[in-house]
Design a protein around this ligand. Structure first.
Ligand code: SF4
Length: 282
């Protein structure tokens, strides 16, 4: 049975069934993206909303999403297209747009301040082929490409897309294996390797959503920011960090929003290591 090599799950996928992310399937013995070109969300967003603070500030970017995700964050802010039962219904009802159609739409929006495309909303890399093909065409049309990702994909996938991506915002959702493994069913080592690879190819900003009682300790932020500054030094690049506030949502409603004072304290701690740290959702 073919094995998917996109992420740490290495799903074995039978003919016509889907992998864990709900976005990849097996056709004629080959694993392909079933969500290729299946667009569930599209909006002309300010680039700061991705969030990207230090890449083309003040510009707008045509942001598109499909369906499916390889993580299981109980606090998902896009559950209707990522991994809820509703998200998987998009398999049959999302409309198909070709890379050419998407690039034409992005080009037409240049007059409204659009600089290019952002692949975002669900986890774009579970359908990396559409990201690669569309971003390549967009580059040829003189547009820029942004990727917003959870960073849990293999370096093989990263290498497929880096020739065409100008900037990424990557979630670094916590700085412990325990959080990744037990809270969101993810892979901490894969995220770190992905971030390190991405930093070498384009502008990278990181986002950490602070959840009370899970990843809000001062020590953890010290370790996270120390690791980030070590990457900065190694690759001679700045890596802005967004520290954002949690609000109860989806399957995580048993706790209060993150106190603003916690966010501000963690920003202060991160600034001991990093030059560019931004508080989000405050
Ligand atoms: S991308 Fe999807 S199908 Fe492939 S290994 Fe990850 S969860 Fe499984």
């Amino acid at each position: 049975m073919p094995i998917c090599d996109v992420c740490f799950r290495h799903c074995k996928i039978e003919e016509n069934s889907t992998g864990f992310c709900g976005a990849r399937t097996c056709r004629n013995g080959k694993i392909v993206a079933a969500n290729y070109g299946k667009i569930t969300s599209i909006a002309l967003d300010p680039i700061e909303k991705k969030p990207l603070k230090m890449f083309r500030p003040g510009s707008k970017v045509l942001s598109i999403g499909s369906y499916g995700c390889n993580l299981r964050c109980p606090f998902c802010q896009n559950s209707s297209i990522s991994w809820s039962p509703k998200a998987f219904e998009y398999k049959d009802r999302a409309e198909y747009y070709s890379p050419e159609e998407i690039v034409k739409a992005a080009t037409d929006l240049r007059t409204r301040g659009n600089i290019g495309l952002a692949f975002t909303y669900n986890e774009p890399l579970v359908g990396y082929e559409f990201v690669r093909d569309t971003a390549k065409l967009a580059k040829e049309a003189g547009l820029q490409n942004v990727l917003v990702t959870n960073g849990t994909a293999t370096l093989k996938v990263l290498n497929e897309i880096t020739p065409y991506i100008d900037a990424m915002n990557i979630d670094l959702k916590a700085f412990t294996s325990n959080f990744y493994k037990n809270f969101i069913d993810g892979d901490f080592q894969m995220v770190k390797a992905f971030i390190e690879g991405a930093v070498q190819s384009c502008h990278v900003e990181l986002t950490t959503l602070i959840i009370p009682g899970e990843n809000d300790s001062e020590n953890e932020m010290r370790e996270l920011s120390a690791w980030t500054v070590s990457l900065e030094k190694q690759h001679n690049k700045k890596i802005p960090l967004h520290i954002t506030r949690f609000f109860p949502t989806f399957n995580l409603t048993d706790r209060a929003p993150t106190p603003i004072s916690t966010i501000m304290k963690l920003v202060e701690i991160a600034k001991e290591n990093l030059e560019y740290v931004f508080a989000g959702n405050v």
